[in-house]
Design a protein around this ligand. Sequence first.
Ligand SMILES: Cc1cc2nc3c(=O)[nH]c(=O)nc-3n(C[C@H](O)[C@H](O)[C@H](O)COP(=O)(O)OP(=O)(O)OC[C@H]3O[C@@H](n4cnc5c(N)ncnc54)[C@H](O)[C@@H]3O)c2cc1C
Length: 429
Amino acid sequence: MAADFDAIVVGAGCAGSVAAYVLAAKGKSVLLVERGEDAGSKNMTGGRLYAHALREVLPHFEDNAPLERKITTERISLITQDECTTVSFASPRLGEAACDSYAVLRGPFDRWLASQAEDAGAECVFGIAVEDVLWDEDRIAGIVAGGDALTAEVVIIADGVNSLLTEKAKLASRPRPHQIAVGVKETIALSERVISDRFCAADGEGSAWLFAGAATQGHVGGGFLYTNRDSISIGLVATLSDLCTSAVPIYQMMEDFKAHPSIAPLLRGGSLAEYSGHLIPEGGLAMVPELCRDGCLVAGDAAMLCINLGYQVRGMDYAIASGRIAAEVAAEALDAGDTSANRLSAYKLKLSESFVLKDMQAHRDFPAFMEGTPRIFKGYPEMAADIMRGMFAVDGSPVRPMKRIAMEPVKRMGVLTLLKDVRRGMRAL
Ligand SMILES: Cc1cc2nc3c(=O)[nH]c(=O)nc-3n(C[C@H](O)[C@H](O)[C@H](O)COP(=O)(O)OP(=O)(O)OC[C@H]3O[C@@H](n4cnc5c(N)ncnc54)[C@H](O)[C@@H]3O)c2cc1C
């Protein structure tokens, strides 16, 4: 008997909506199922979207995608309780088409992306959670949702980081607490002009800003701030295993972070528009599950394709690229009348030839480096502040030679420790 659909895609996030769009654009019958009342209603990101992957799917996305601001200024800070050492880089080159990136809000952005799939011919249903995959012996033959079964030649699982379906499809086991981080975020509404003035931004442009140190009160993780058109996204990310040992809960860390003397003036006068929390896969390549089996492919966060390097957080471009590649492989398999694991394994090959698995491979040691180097979060921020204070605080006492200003804090930390950490960090990157 013919299946109900050529393909069923679970989850209307970046991965799922792109997969549904690509399949529908190739003339396949596609059902996109999302548990949220609308695409994006359950989703969250920091968030900055690196545009290259989306451009490959929708070359003219800038014409109508709800983008907030083009990011042309990058900042990275090490912060102590009340001090902040920042590296800032502003460049029009960051806004050029090959490497442009945009602040986005997932509510409007995901709704728009799902509408692209719908316009291309995908059937989209919202407010329905897929409970299980449907088995036909060893093959996945569809989904079970709301007590009903629907069949498809191929199912693309794109249900995000907390993927219950990859477990049910026997592709993954539960991740470990050190592989998962929790993120909290507030969106603070402010006028467009105030944001442009406070961040010295040209019209339509804005900043991305990442923080390590006191943001997570010395725990593994960091803070982030992105300028939207008329709001600021501010939040924290902290590794679950480490957070369990913290005396301070993450919501209190967030309050303290917002009150930091380098942050509070940027938010002054703003009002809370949105509060959200979400998990993030941060275990790298080691936690990528089996990516396919008979009748099934996995994309995006469900496949744990996400990287947090401290200076770059990336998941959306990996989700978009893996959704696209999964859909292309699925479409070819449908054309060939063969959606067996053997045929669908072309997905793994194509992903490993793409930037997605190449990046994951290149940074495979980074999660262990972060976890094994607590000084990044407590130690180095204080060291940097000591050096900066030594350089800039003038109280009338005789000046100390620069060598002493710089070396005394380094010696307190340990020159060899610092050298070893730099070498390990470079190797992991
Ligand atoms: C705090 C934070 C900051 C981040 N910052 C950035 C950043 O700046 N840049 C970046 O590129 N990435 C960032 N990421 C990562 C990025 O957001 C994710 O990698 C990306 O959203 C993954 O997309 P996805 O489509 O795979 O999953 P999701 O966006 O999570 O979408 C999954 C969808 O599946 C749906 N779903 C789940 N279960 C079911 C079910 N059973 N039935 C039906 N539907 C279901 C969900 O409701 C959701 O809509 C950040 C993440 C967090 C949490």
